[in-house]
Design a binder for this molecule. Sequence first.
Ligand code: GLC
Length: 432
Amino acid sequence: MKKQTNQPKKGVKAKKILLYCFVSLAIFLGIMFGWIIPALTQKSVTVTVLMHAPEALEWGPVVQEFNQKFPNIRLEIVDGPNDANQREDLYTSSFLLGNSPYDLVFMDVTWAPKFAAAGWLLDISDRISPQALSAFLDGDVNGGRYQGKLYRIPLRSDAGMLYYRKDLLEQAGYKPPQTFDELIQISQSLQQQKLAQWGYLWQGKQYEGMAAMFVEILKGYGAFWVDPTTLEVGLDRPEAIQAVKFLRSTVEKGVSPPGVATYTEEETRLLFQNGQAVFLRNWPYVFSLAENSEIRGKYAIQPMVHASGFDSGACLGGWGLGIAKTSQHPDEAWKVIEFLTSEEMQRKFILATGKVPSLKSLFNDPAIVAKYPHYPQLLEVIEKATLRPPIAQYAQASDILQRYLSAAITNSMSPEQAMKAAADETRRLLRK
Ligand code: GLC
């Protein structure tokens, strides 16, 4: 009898244990799938980009802010070499070899057509509204388009300009030069008066900076490199040869140091900052760096000089972000782009570094103008700046130009021979 009365109780107990186990398992699974696994997997999303080391350092505070605001995404900047060509090669080889470690591609204004044509970039046209896109400088946005699609959002802009020593010009009774001839005359006069060792500094090393500098001299002589719509090449026209002759004459006349044929932006900035030259062609980043040098308060900027009867040329430079097609985290990469290119983050970056925004509104932003009163004027220069040819074969076209221009500047070819060869080779490239 006892046995019979005990049996139902045992059944109830077993059911309770089963229910208990089931509830515990459900809670365990809930915690695992609802919280622990997502937390673990979300933590592992790292978004990587390659930049040159000094720039990576400058973005440091913004990156830190991003990582705090988005704990599930880790933005990691890999330090790359200073030379823009070398970074382009690193990105290129990582895409060619497959398995690129980069989610984001930090691109010069000239890279997007080549990278897009090769199929390495994600089309981001639908991620941004036309209205949001129109807040960026038009030239910079155009540099990120290829065959009607958008591949790059501008992060910071750039334009070449002429720096001059206003103290020395005033002392010698000169107004800032407007033409190439005036620049040479003033340089020679100030050199003779021993007011400066050198007249004019520019980038003559065989690299991308030389191509950017040359675009400005070409424009100043009414010449052109490649017409992107017709693919016509203008390098062997008489006005382009004049442009080469001008550069060569600066060295022949002792206005520029012979070493100019090996200088990049940084060598020329340092010489200018040390008070050794009257004029310098460079990008806007020099303006705030020179404020901490011995020429503090003694220099000014203006658009590049030109031949009489022609306009000034400013080469449009600048850097922007695209998403690698191979990225496993395109949505997180886009979050980074939105954050870094936002007005608030650009303002922070610009105030700290003196570089140039890609959003038009920031050139007249009260905080920025208070620190950099010349920014509204800079906007005018940038809006008129010339894009290097936006063609898929740009890297090869630039390489051809750099080789022959370097040969002409170092006197191993005449300007006529060099430009004829450069034009022929470019035409062959574009016909392929
Ligand atoms: C600057 C410009 C870039 C250019 C480079 C050349 O970084 O922003 O567009 O290609 O200089 O050195």
